[in-house]
Design a protein. Structure first.
Ligand code: NAP
Length: 516
């Protein structure tokens, strides 16, 4: 039987017989930053694919808001081009597009100007009348974080945020980065929660929209064989790699401010740690799942002295080298990067989770740019067998590998007997591949997350206390590493797996990174 993605359960007049309870209500979605890169490359293509799969509510409108002036039809034409270029399904279906585009509007103006919000208000009233969007609003902040505060203030002043319980919902999706340290994340949370109720806030981390990340929960809690061995008795260590071949792709200004700890660890990698390490939630709902994730974050040892950081964290910065056969410049030669920049582009760290389940099981995480390949995976390394029975070569410890991207799937490595008269073990692999089992056509992360936000399901979005707990861990490391006294990042050649010090971090524990 062909695989039908979960979205297919959504009802639509075109597809009778589908389940009604998960249908998103009619809604007007406002994209602040409608002229920006994210809207072009991700948001509008994701909405189009939801329309193509008949997952959007029948009454739906999208209103782009940003400074660049466009007429409504001009904006719709530009979005049509973006979809043609970036959609995962192509060519664009003209009928579906025409239907979708009939709900596209645009409001030009600065967010600093109250008049922009007065015009947005009129536009929203217009789509309530013409598209029957029933005063339901989804505001998407696809803008630089520096303007989040002004957006919140203007929305509040214009009376565009209605408390939960009133007719017509208001929801706000906030892009990352959410703050740049614990203090700024707390300040932003205070501001957000002075405008909205937590139930209306959707802090996005697009990693959680990935099927493979969600599948960690099904693997752990939808099977009976893994959970009994998912603990310190059986697991030796856990290894998480989130590597990229790419450099900073012309985003020097952003990256100089962020660095790898803010860009990858505070959000994506810590989310992977949480999914791997959390206790089974009491129910599969937003708060139960997020409660368990927060417990993991709170149990991670905080490194706040230079000695603790030096013992557990290695930072690196790429120098010129060669990636996939092409010569690439070093980080300091990239556009908009300071000549003597200390911004790390690589990190390897040993995280210790002080809990009953994980005490003594290190979680080694590493992430970097200009590594030999793009690969995100989690490897659960099980303990060695207590006694080797076979003379002809030792058995290897079992490893369960969850490939988040690419070649999404799960592999279990175990020892098998090499055919022949003697007992010679060799490591073999049992491999599940998404593409082979379920076929192509997996929805993009933004499709899943937009649909969840439209439905009001917060499970895959970060709660205020969660984001603060995550910043506490990374913020304390940053405080140490960003001080002038701390040594600069170790240089590594582009196209290698980071500095030698990253290998030494594991070698000191008698372990080594997996070769990917
Ligand atoms: N791009 C991605 O792939 C990506 C991936 C993950 C997360 N994000 C996050 O998504 C957010 C947006 O990123 P982006 O790459 O789309 O940025 P971008 O291309 O620089 O777009 C920024 C948008 O905000 C608008 N804007 C900024 N200040 C404004 C103001 N005062 N008044 C009116 N409009 C204003 C800009 O309008 P005008 O240009 O018309 O002035 C533009 O539409 C950021 O938080 C980023 O971290 C982006």
């Amino acid at each position: 039987m062909p695989y039908a993605p979960e979205h297919d359960e959504i009802p639509n007049p075109l597809r009778p017989g589908l389940r009604a309870e998960s249908a998103p209500e009619p809604c007007a979605m406002v994209i602040f930053g409608g002229s920006g890169d994210l809207a072009h490359r991700k948001l509008v293509p994701a909405l189009y694919n939801l329309a193509l799969g008949a997952h959007l509510p029948a009454a739906f409108a999208v209103i782009g808001v940003s400074k660049t002036p466009y007429a409504h039809d001009e904006y719709a034409r530009e979005m049509r081009e973006a979809v043609g270029k970036y959609s995962r399904t192509r060519p664009v279906d003209p009928e579906v597009w025409q239907d979708f585009a009939s709900g596209i509007r645009y409001v030009a103006g600065s967010f600093d100007d109250a008049d922009t919000f007065a015009r947005l208000r009129s536009q929203l009233e217009e789509v309530d009348r013409s598209r029957a969007t029933r005063r339901n609003r989804l505001y998407y902040f696809a803008t630089p974080p520096s303007v989040f505060p002004v957006l919140l203030r203007q929305l509040k002043d214009a009376g565009l945020v209605r408390p939960p319980g009133e007719s017509g919902f208001t929801r706000v999706v906030i892009e990352k980065p959410f703050g740049r340290d614990l203090a700024s994340a707390r300040a932003l949370n205070r501001l957000v929660l002075s405008t909205c109720d937590e139930r209306q806030v959707f802090r996005i981390d697009h990693y959680l929209g990935k099927e493979t990340v969600q599948n960690i929960l099904v693997l752990r809690f939808g099977n009976s064989i893994f959970e009994p061995i998912w603990n310190r008795r059986y697991v030796d260590h856990v290894e998480i790699t989130a590597g990229e071949e790419l450099g900073i792709e012309g985003r020097g200004r952003y990256y100089e401010e962020a660095g790898v700890l803010r860009d990858m660890i505070q959000n994506h990698v810590q989310q992977l740690v949480c999914f791997c390490a959390m206790e089974p939630p009491v129910a599969f709902d937003a708060d139960a799942v997020r409660d368990e994730k927060i417990k993991v974050l709170r149990a991670i040892e905080v490194f706040d002295t230079p000695e603790q950081v030096a013992r557990n964290v290695v930072l690196g910065q790429y120098m010129a080298g060669s990636v996939a056969g092409a010569d690439v410049p070093g980080y300091q030669q990239e556009k908009d990067v300071a000549q003597r920049s200390r911004t790390p582009t690589f990190v390897a760290a040993r995280l210790n989770i002080r809990s009953w389940r994980w005490d003594g099981v290190p979680f080694y995480v590493r992430s970097g740019k200009r590594l030999p390949k793009r690969a995100t995976e989690i490897a659960i390394h099980f303990r060695r067998i207590p006694h080797q029975l076979f003379d002809e070569g030792a058995t290897q410890p079992n490893v369960l590998i969850i490939r988040v991207q690419p070649q999404e799937g799960i592999a279990l490595r175990f020892s098998a007997k090499v055919p022949g008269e003697r007992y010679r073990p060799r490591i073999v692999s049992m491999d599940f591949r998404y593409g082979t089992t379920f076929g192509a056509g997996t929805p993009e992360a933004y499709e899943r997350l937009l649909l969840d936000a439209l439905r009001g399901d917060q499970t895959l979005f970060t709660r205020a206390d969660e984001v603060e707990a995550a910043w506490k861990i990374v913020g304390s490391i940053l405080k140490v590493t960003e001080s002038a006294e701390f040594p600069p990042p170790h240089p590594y050649t582009a196209g290698t797996w980071g500095p030698v010090a990253a290998d030494e971090l594991l070698a000191r524990d008698g372990r080594a990174w997996r070769r990917l």
